[in-house]
Write a protein that binds this ligand. Sequence first.
Ligand code: GYE
Length: 624
Amino acid sequence: MSSARAGRRRAIRSLLLLLASLALGSCQPEGRKAESLHFLIGFSQANLSEPWRIAMTEEIRSEAARYSDMRIIYTDAADSTGRQIEDVNRLMHYGIDLLIISPTDSRALTPIVREVYSQIPVIVLDRAVEGYDYSLFIGPDNERLGREAGGVIAELLGDRPGRVLEIQGRSGSPPALSRSQGLREVLSKHPNIKIADVIVADWLRDTAEDKVAAQVRVLPRIDAIFAQNDAMAFGAWRATSTAGRRGIRFIGIDGLPGPTGGIELVRKGVLSATFTCPTGGKESVAYARDILQHKEGIPKKIFLRPSKVTPDLLLQIRSAESISREFRAAPGRPIVLGFAQVGSESEWRVANTKSIKTAAAKVGIELLFEDGKQHQENQIAAIRSFIRRKVDVIAFSPVVESGWDEVLKEAKAAGIPVILSDRAVDLKDDSLWLSFIGSDFIEEGRRAARWLVENSKASGPVNIVELQGTIGSAPAIDRTIGFEEVIKDYPNYRIIDSESGDFFRDQGYEVMKKILLRETKKIDALYAHNDDMAIGAIQAMEEAGLKPGKDIIVVSIDAAHGAFKAMIEGKLSCTVECNPLLGPQLMKAVKDYMSGKDLPIRMITSEEVFPASTAKLKLAGREY
Ligand code: GYE
């Protein structure tokens, strides 16, 4: 940025801060001294015509009001992409320290978000932009919301033939597409239920009412209407009621309070069900402060947990809410966290254990740490011991995805929340765990494949050997999915051999030695699910007289110290980061929960890709 522009920004920012200070002086609540202003944040809102966005903006405003050292400048793009781009440029002109943006259109706003992110931190709310050029994304899991709505419709209609009208938000917007996808995924399992028609109503109640009213007289039998937000569901209900259509069940999303909010509509019997869709407004202000104060453990993505709202659940939600808040606080003693670790199979795992122990000690959480030594039964035994010892929270990294139902039901019955760290479980009933903090392993697999395709630039066949991680573990399953998702578009790239090395270095060596002996085709590349197996395989290649990193491109995942050493020696071509330093995020989640806050359902860590060319430069700054 030119020095003249920077100087202008500083002048505008100083003027704004001065005006804010003066305003502060006049409207300071009694007793709160006007501290000097430190943070000037810009919030670019897509529109203020949707109730959910009004709620988001109000949440941000009330959370920001708690801090006298920050000010937020609000803009409303009135659902115009062009105007939102102008709004962002104007906010940058004011010299803001951080941008919070809820995009009108993800694709159209991606370039300017990338440009702003090159200068200041950016938090994206609700609709993600393309790629990863932002500090933090906070939003709902829209596909899951669609699945939940599909589940309710299936429950309501049972085995009878059912016809559903779907009312979608803005055509082509990520939330609308994902909610539709989730709905269809569930309803496809119920052949008696058909989606009879689709209406696009741009998230607006009046548009939904007008469009349904225009069709209601010719609409054939409709048994349920799923609208992608409560406002449109209410509009549809008004139209069908006016036309005298009865017996239709309405399902919405947002679950906002207030006289026409989803919760009231459920209470009044207008909606059969809705789902809260937390806006992320409050979280965005809290994380903005953490980012501006350079706190550690900021995730890359946060997905907020929805709650189902139905007539019979309304009362339970109220009472559970009061009970859980009352008993969560640890009465005047340290919080006790039980952690069941996978084992110590890799550099990554060792770094992960160190991060958890260090972070617990740093914040005064009493950590009961058990090493599962690679066996699920040991982890299950450890979790049961935590239940017996009545710990406040249980966290663990599941060695494999399945086989946890029983012990997690025991933890739930004991009233002890469970946080998943690093690896996920394959469980339909996700009420058995509170939150999952870890990487996006599918994306890691994609990144490994993208790097290989972009940097091998081969036109002829590229024969790939894959060393998989622990069979049945989330990272092994997902890293294969992500890698294959990318190479399926490049037919000359083929996985010709694949075997598990269980994330161990020595097994990576043994498996690669076997493959080198049995494989008749030329091997052009090795894709290892972690650095340890890659390093073991490198030794096997060298013993076979090959030059790893030259005769065979070697791509692995983790970005552990050993990988940087191998890259500097020219034996490893690229490592995709999988951040093991989850301790700070885990401890923040535990303390947040114990202080009565709701936890996101999913927190994805921030990660990069390190080609060999960056190894020397980056190694010095690495923590593991
Ligand atoms: O890649 C590997 C460790 O679960 C992400 O487990 C973790 C994986 C990591 O053994 O090195």
